[in-house]
Design a protein around this ligand. Structure first.
Ligand code: SF4
Length: 347
């Protein structure tokens, strides 16, 4: 598999700028269930799942930024908010200098073409009633209503060819394809409208291991040939090591570390990142032994005070229990949210 850490030097300027992004999902409870006694008084408390909590993140033009973390850490919610599938509770998103999270639908339309998404499950993301041809034509007709039939036919053929699906299969339905081929068709659908930026949410995790590398290589080739920028959501660090130019590590809806891929794997700084890297099978030679995390991930309904990781961190002290760390820059182009790193207590 190609190593993607080198092209980072080609990444220039921010294409996407996320600031203070938060997303909370209200828990729908009945009125009586929302009532609680506090200080001898009956109060109504509305609870919510805080999926993202004040995320600041930039995606540079031409890079593949991987967002990693355990399931439930909020990485897929970030992807959906960026793509406008979910409304943020707070914060802002800028694309190429323009704020897009509060645009009316008609002004959002050009960005819907430039920003495409590839979903995790190729079985669910393709309409079973549409042939490959119809699936690929649909976004093109939507964004370019004046396109002629001949041009559209050529475009479908070229894109199918570029993702390794035989163009003569264009009249087949999704159920006639394997999982890997369906994901190729999903990628083709995203490429049809010549996007600049692709958000890929766990695009290979539903595929057989034997074809994961093929689909990753296809995405890398498309990136190179079409000058794409990726936000790649994954829980699999061994994929990140080959695919990502930079990595953002999330825990409980917050960013704990952001670093160039090679730096993150060679010298992880945040205690949570250290534990994640140490847990990669077969790749731990020359790296510290497996760090076993203690304790449970706190509930995103009642987030702990201070550092969200403090109940599981062997470096936690009194400051960590009350003051939430913010990202600060350390050497090597890394940003880490950890009091222990900042104070030199974490090596
Ligand atoms: Fe551990 Fe404190 Fe750093 Fe959080 S801020 S990761 S508790 S040392």
């Amino acid at each position: 598999m190609t190593d993607m850490s080198e092209p980072y030097s080609q990444a220039t300027g921010e294409l996407l700028k996320i600031r203070g992004l938060s997303k909370a999902f209200p828990l729908t409870k009945g009125f009586l269930e929302q009532l609680h006694f506090e200080g001898g008084r009956l109060v109504r408390r509305r609870e919510s799942v805080k999926a993202i909590n004040g995320v600041d993140l930039d995606v540079k033009r031409g890079e593949a930024l991987c967002v990693v973390g355990e399931s439930g850490c909020g990485k897929s919610t970030v992807a959906r908010v960026v793509m406008g599938l979910l409304e943020p509770t707070a914060g802002s998103i800028q694309y190429d200098g323009e704020r897009i999270d509060n645009l009316p639908p008609e002004r959002l339309l050009p960005y819907r073409r430039k920003m495409q998404m590839i979903f995790q499950n190729p079985y669910a993301s393709l309409n079973p009633r549409l042939t490959v041809k119809q699936t690929l034509e649909e976004p093109m007709r939507f964004h370019n209503p004046g396109i002629g039939n001949g041009e559209l036919k050529d475009k479908v053929r070229d894109v199918m060819d570029s993702v390794g699906v035989d163009p003569s299969w264009r009249d087949r339905f999704p159920h006639e394809f394997s999982g890997g081929q369906r994901q190729r068709i999903s990628i083709a659908r995203a490429l049809m409208v010549d996007p600049e930026f692709i958000v890929a949410d766990e695009p290979i995790s539903a595929l057989d291991v034997s074809i994961q590398a093929q689909v990753l290589n296809l995405m890398m080739d498309a990136m190179e040939q079409r000058a794409l920028t990726y936000m790649f959501i994954t829980h699999d660090l061994s994929v990140v090591e080959h695919f990502g130019t930079r990595v953002a590590v999330m825990y409980l809806g917050s960013l704990c570390e952001l670093a160039p891929t090679r730096t993150l794997f060679e010298t992880p700084r945040h205690p949570y990142t250290k534990a994640l890297i140490s847990a990669i099978p077969k790749l731990t030679q020359g790296r510290p032994g497996h760090i076993k995390l203690i304790g449970e991930v706190p509930t995103p309904i009642n987030l702990p005070a201070g550092c969200f990781f403090h109940n599981r961190c062997v470096y936690a002290d009194d400051r960590c229990k009350v003051e939430k760390p913010v990202l600060h820059t350390v050497d090597g182009g890394c940003r880490v949210a950890c009091h222990g790193v900042q104070e030199g207590r974490v090596d």
